[in-house]
Design a protein around this ligand. Sequence first.
Ligand SMILES: NC(=O)c1ccc[n+]([C@@H]2O[C@H](COP(=O)([O-])OP(=O)(O)OC[C@H]3O[C@@H](n4cnc5c(N)ncnc54)[C@H](OP(=O)(O)O)[C@@H]3O)[C@@H](O)[C@H]2O)c1
Length: 318
Amino acid sequence: MAAKKIIAVIGSTGNQGGSVARIFLNDPKLKNKWTVRAITRDITKEAAKKLESQGAELFAADINDGKSLAKAFSGAAAVFAVTNYWETMSKEREEHQGRRIVDAAKDAQVQHFIYSSLIDVAKATHGNLSNVYHFDSKATVEQYARDLGIPATFFQPGFFMSNIPGQLLSQEAPDKPWTLSIPTSGTAPFPLFDAETDTGKFVKAIVLKRDELLGKRVLGATAYKTPAEILNDFKATFPNAGKDAQFFSVPHELFKAGLKGRGLPEFAAEELLENFRLMDEGGYYAGEKLDWSLSILEDKPTTWTEYMKAAQPFLGLN
Ligand SMILES: NC(=O)c1ccc[n+]([C@@H]2O[C@H](COP(=O)([O-])OP(=O)(O)OC[C@H]3O[C@@H](n4cnc5c(N)ncnc54)[C@H](OP(=O)(O)O)[C@@H]3O)[C@@H](O)[C@H]2O)c1
């Protein structure tokens, strides 16, 4: 039997990378052909140990350190890489990390580099929304990989469904109505995505269809839903809890004040506001449809209704 190929996964202890690691460890089409090299700074953490118990090789590396990346990618046929802007809240840091990852993938002659990217919002909105750093920095890294000409596919995760239950859709107190509070119109399209369950489904398809998908962008989302639809689905799923549920289009300044009150610096509050404004003013994917990206999948992505039924903050609702 031919030796198994290695997929090195950066972010393996997190939402997207964890999903990729799990599908390569468990999927009948992948598990006999691939082994997972799960990269983390801390191989003793619980999420890492859990992957190891499922058959992953744990590998300690830091994406700030090119030397450790060189070792982590050695012999790997494929790499899936996530960078986490929110840990440092620095565009420069995320770009630096991304470039080091791309350089290491090139040096290790990785045959398929898959990067979790996003659109360049400043460019797509002609400078109207110029502060969505965590999108623009990923787009810069994507461009860097394209310029170096490495064999790559770019995965663009949608708006995480996990942002909604108990956060954007919550109750002020147990006897108060469930309220969806978002600083957009009720008709803004959100590309909803179950990152923990579905990143692996998209990356599986990207790897299985490698030759066809080199150089392409794959949009990771199940469907576009507006706040009105998100709320209507909540009401339909939980008629009792949903009977008084409402949508509150949060005024922009109030939204920012709320974030700053929770300790976020001004620039990051403005960044998140512009991130939401993008849904109304240009579109999360600059208006691109999801049909083609969905057509490459072999496994059905999670619907918003399915997600709600399993979401911890909604447990016990009817
Ligand atoms: N929330 C949304 O709606 C949304 C939508 C689209 C994109 N995103 C993007 O998603 C990204 C976060 O992805 P996620 O949610 O999948 O991750 P996550 O669950 O927050 O986990 C972060 C992962 O990155 C790894 N990591 C961070 N710094 C590292 C370093 N210096 N060296 C090695 N590994 C490092 C962590 O590994 P260890 O800690 O184990 O080392 C961990 O596995 C953000 O950049 C965000 O912009 C979010």
